[in-house]
Design a protein around this ligand. Sequence first.
Ligand SMILES: [Zn+2]
Length: 88
Amino acid sequence: MKNKYSDCFYCGGVVEEKLMPREIRWGGQLLIIENVPMGVCAQCGEKVIKPKVAKVIDQIIEEEREPSKTIEVPVYEYELNLAEQIQD
Ligand SMILES: [Zn+2]
């Protein structure tokens, strides 16, 4: 069953539910919950999470379940020097 969302708070665009991965920082660790139902604004891309959905995410994390899989995440440093080379 899909959740209903009101129009985008920022731009007034139509918000539609999509299943998206959600990244969460938890105790210094990066976690990813996949297939989270989120409202996504078709116009500006702003994402909205229903309080109920947020509760389910909290519950999944707090139960410290065995993750369905573990992936390695490459981490890069932002390069300030590169930004200076790029013309706006
Ligand atoms: Zn919007």
